[in-house]
Design a protein around this ligand. Structure first.
Ligand code: SAM
Length: 261
């Protein structure tokens, strides 16, 4: 069933993707020259992917999806944005990498793909776009084969309520934003409305457990995948505040395995 607020985000992401695809932070040029866009957390925590099937949820234009393919995974990427999927297919063709890309709201994904996967992967800025975590976890569990693993890395749920005084850790939303500045191009004002949700850490973990997965680990990080302020410094693809560790966790990762029964 079409979710009206997700459809609003589809329109907004179609607008933003045009900015991101051309923005140097996304490193499309480097990717086309053979570089990987994957970072050390997912590479270390997921380990060997060669020969494994991998479903990348909310993949934007597929740079990470195709980077997993370069490591030998059989990949499928899904995103709600039409333009993202069009660019992802173009990148697959340009690089000759094998990949399936599907345009869909991930909450409506059941029935769109026949396979079950060894890995479901989702990264860096995705949970806030989902109105229903129980439905999300159900989709994750549905597409994992028994014994398969979910790897999720995202902004820590405390980060936005800590930084934005209008957001409560305990209030799911929806939170509606207009005239937002794009997170890559700080001179670009997004014309379309964005709708976000705030999910507690316990809600994320409980949704995964209730869907039939066992948590393998939960990690919290003092670094971010994007700089919060201009003076943050970069090391190994992550950003750190100059004055020492932040007062709150910036990102978390969750690895969980689908139970056999
Ligand atoms: C911050 S980006 C994720 C970045 C990603 N890690 C990457 O590899 O570029 C968030 C993505 O989620 C997608 N998205 C938002 N809501 C969605 C939904 N309901 N279903 C599927 N994709 C969605 C957006 O189109 C966007 O590409």
């Amino acid at each position: 069933m079409t979710h009206q607020d997700h459809e609003k985000n589809r329109t907004a992401w179609n607008e933003m993707v045009e900015i991101h695809f051309r923005h140097p932070d996304y490193k499309v040029k480097e990717f086309l020259q053979g570089a990987s866009t994957l970072k050390s957390i997912e590479l270390t925590e997921l380990g060997e992917v060669k020969g494994k099937s991998l479903l990348h949820l909310m993949c934007q234009f597929g740079l990470d999806t195709l980077s997993w393919a370069r490591l030998g995974a059989q990949v499928t990427g899904v995103d709600i944005s039409d333009k993202s999927i069009a660019y992802a297919k173009m990148l697959a063709e340009q690089t000759g990498l094998e990949a399936d890309f599907i345009r869909a709201d991930i909450l409506d994904l059941k029935g769109r793909i026949d396979n079950k996967f060894d890995i479901v992967y989702q990264s860096y800025g995705t949970l806030c776009w989902l109105s229903d975590l129980d439905k999300w976890a159900e989709v994750v569990a549905y597409y994992l084969r028994p014994g398969g693993v979910l790897h999720l890395i995202d902004f820590h749920p405390i980060a936005v309520p800590w930084e934005e005084k209008d957001v409560s850790y305990f209030k799911k939303g929806p939170y509606r934003y207009t005239n937002n500045v794009d997170y890559c191009d700080k001179d670009y004002i997004i014309k379309n409305e964005l709708v976000e949700w705030q999910h507690k850490l316990s809600d994320i973990i409980n949704a995964v457990i209730d869907a039939g997965l066992t948590v393998i680990h939960l990690n919290e990080f003092d670094k971010s995948c994007s700089p919060k302020e201009r003076d943050w410094y970069e090391k190994d693809g992550y950003y750190y505040p100059p004055s020492g560790p932040p007062r709150y966790p910036l990102m978390f990762s969750l690895k969980a395995q689908k139970r056999n029964k």
